[in-house]
Design a protein around this ligand. Structure first.
Ligand code: NCD
Ligand code: ZN
Length: 351
């Protein structure tokens, strides 16, 4: 029987953690061999707060790419990290750079390296106004940690953020917003109803797993990410949105590498590494939903259109040919355990 294949315009990853230095060099090729562009998250230690920091980080990525001449087409696109001290001038400068596409809002302590994030979102209102006026996209980690009643249940943190999001949109209707890595039916429905200035990225792991994957036969640290995996009904809603053909939902892997020891620990880090198999994992999810023909819009069109960039030229071809994921990949001097380590992925990208 002939192998099934599908050819797509070269895709983009609109949410990626690359880290820095040797760690970045360890993982960069996985993304650059498939994706034309990726939006690089700014949660380094210390965070990438200013445009000059983002441009220096971009230069380090481009230098690392020089060792990978086959992937010379790869274009890293940058974000800056919003803090309580971000100024209107910071926004004006960022918006003027062709390489900085978005400012990222992390509620303080919501996730990995977010201690310097925003403590009072209301106080950032003038900054959102400057973003709206200057056309800089607001990229949001949409989780609320606490309210007047105290700490919010970890499974309810995304839904609790809807109120905050709604008030930002009401005050800034022309601000373009990406709700990153949506995980719940409630947030999907909110984004669908919010109009063309609000979009969302969806990860491959949230399309493939529900929260049972965290506890299957024992605790599974490599399935722990933030926002945490949710219920099956939420996964179904994500899958329906991703395969709907709606331009408001597009590919963002949130591939987040951590050294094995920091995940397999009494207090393990949040983040799933998926860059090694990103497009094949999405293909599995779309194929299981009988919607492989919808993958190209999600992976290669809608994100570029939302960020007002040309779609990539060139194509990639996926073949339905199972392969076994290595148990680890090198990560600087450590090892990193990828999603599906030691198990099969059904699709692969043709070389
Ligand atoms: C990300 C990381 O490790 O940087 N972790 C994660 O669980 N997704 C941060 C983030 O995007 O929340
Ligand atoms: Zn992320």
């Amino acid at each position: 029987m002939a192998q099934r294949t599908i050819t797509l315009r070269r895709p983009d990853d609109w949410h990626l953690h690359l880290r820095d230095g040797e760690e970045m060099r360890s993982v960069l090729g996985h993304t650059a061999q498939v994706f034309g562009r990726a939006l690089i998250m700014p949660n380094l230690k210390p965070p990438v707060r200013q445009t000059c920091d983002a441009l220096n980080y971009r230069r380090r990525i481009l230098q690392a790419l020089e060792a990978m001449p086959k992937y010379g087409y790869f274009n890293p696109l940058m974000t800056i990290y919003l803090t309580d001290d971000t100024s209107i001038t910071d926004i004006v400068i960022a918006a003027a750079s062709e390489h900085v596409l978005a400012a990222k809002l992390y509620p303080a302590n919501a996730t990995t390296n977010s201690a310097a994030g925003v403590t009072d979102i209301g106080k950032l209102d003038p900054v959102f106004g400057a973003m709206e006026k200057n056309g800089l996209v607001l990229s949001i980690h949409g989780e609320t940690l606490k309210n007047d009643q105290g700490e919010i249940d970890i499974f309810d943190r995304e839904a609790s953020f809807i109120e905050t999001l709604d008030s930002i949109i009401e005050r800034h209707p022309d601000l373009r917003i990406v709700v990153e890595h949506v995980t719940t039916r409630k947030m999907v429905e909110f984004v669908q109803a919010a109009g063309p200035n609000v979009a969302a990225t969806i990860t491959a792991h949230h399309l493939l797993f529900n929260r049972n994957a965290l506890f299957k036969g024992g605790i599974r640290p490599h399935h722990y990410c933030l926002p945490v995996l949710k219920r099956e009904e939420d996964r179904q809603a994500l899958l329906a949105a991703a395969t709907s053909g709606s331009p408001g939902f597009f590919l963002g892997t949130d591939s987040a590498p951590h050294a094995r020891d920091t995940k397999e620990a009494a207090c393990g880090c949040a983040g799933c590494y998926t860059a090694h198999a990103a497009l094949p994992l999405y293909a599995e999810a779309f194929d299981a939903a009988g919607a492989l023909d919808r993958l190209e819009g999600f992976a290669s069109h809608f994100g570029a259109d939302f960020y007002r960039l040309p779609r990539n030229r060139g194509t990639v071809t996926l073949i339905q040919k199972p392969w076994t994921v290595p148990k680890t990949y090198p990560f600087d001097k450590e090892a990193l355990v990828p999603l599906r380590a030691g198990e099969e992925v059904l699709w692969q990208v043709e070389d």
